[in-house]
Design a protein around this ligand. Structure first.
Ligand SMILES: C[S@@+](CC[C@H](N)C(=O)[O-])C[C@H]1O[C@@H](n2cnc3c(N)ncnc32)[C@H](O)[C@@H]1O
Length: 210
């Protein structure tokens, strides 16, 4: 999907991916004890309530989001007043415990935002067309050194069931994409609604090994 696709979705408020609740696979499977005070990368974060859930548990949360509508809504809806600065290609919104870089995640560099201890990916990788997966994972790898722990949430459905995004991502594809540089473990799966159809939502734990 190109940036204009997402900007148009936010302008039209067509944000069916946004959840009013904390994601149940996050609250059930986030390895909080192993990650005390960790700096957590949340790519393609939207205005997810999961950002605040992580921040409230003492994590330092750094999100990336293209849409300024989403970023402004995140802070306004949570009654937070961020400081706004321009950093390279990004407009950076920062408040205690939550920083959001508004711009294209694919342009993120170590010099810009430093490294991370953990990453939370819900509806980020699967928001992207298969042809964009390499560039997305290259950006993740730039920012996540050996030892970084991740929680990845995907959906799986038969081809043609719904018009993506989200794109179906099989466990075989996850093993292929992450297995070369991470230890990946399937933690849980559950039935989930995707655009009115029943799909399988899966949560994976991964630890960067190279
Ligand atoms: C499917 S939504 C998921 C949002 C969030 N993770 C959630 O769980 O609600 C994907 C989000 O990624 C944003 N996005 C898409 N491409 C992006 C990019 N290259 N850089 C930063 N954000 C992007 C979109 O604007 C959209 O808000």
């Amino acid at each position: 999907m190109n940036p204009e696709f997402w900007q148009a979705k936010w302008r039209a408020n067509e944000i069916g991916f946004h959840q009013n609740e904390i994601h149940p696979l996050l609250s059930a499977h986030w390895p909080a004890n192993a990650l005390a005070n960790a700096r957590v990368l949340v790519p393609l974060c939207g205005k997810s309530h999961d950002l605040v859930w992580l921040q409230e548990r003492g994590f330092s949360v750094v999100g990336f989001e293209l849409s300024e509508i989403a970023v402004a809504a995140l802070f306004a809806e949570n009654a937070l007043s961020p400081q706004v600065t321009i950093l390279e290609y990004f407009k950076c919104y920062a408040t205690a415990g939550i920083t959001i870089y508004c711009g294209d995640f694919f342009s993120a560099t170590l010099d810009l935002c430093g490294t991370f201890d953990a990453i939370y990916d819900r509806a980020a990788l699967i928001a992207l067309e298969p042809a964009q997966r390499d560039v997305y994972l290259a950006a993740v790898r730039r920012l996540c050194p050996v030892g970084t722990r991740g929680l990845l949430i995907t959906v799986e459905y038969p081809e043609g069931l719904v018009l993506p995004p989200p794109f179906s991502l099989t466990s075989t594809e996850v093993a292929k994409r992450y297995g070369e540089w991470c230890k990946v473990t399937l933690l849980a799966q559950r039935e989930s609604d995707v655009k009115g159809k029943s799909a399988l939502e899966k949560a994976y734990d991964f630890v960067v090994e190279s």
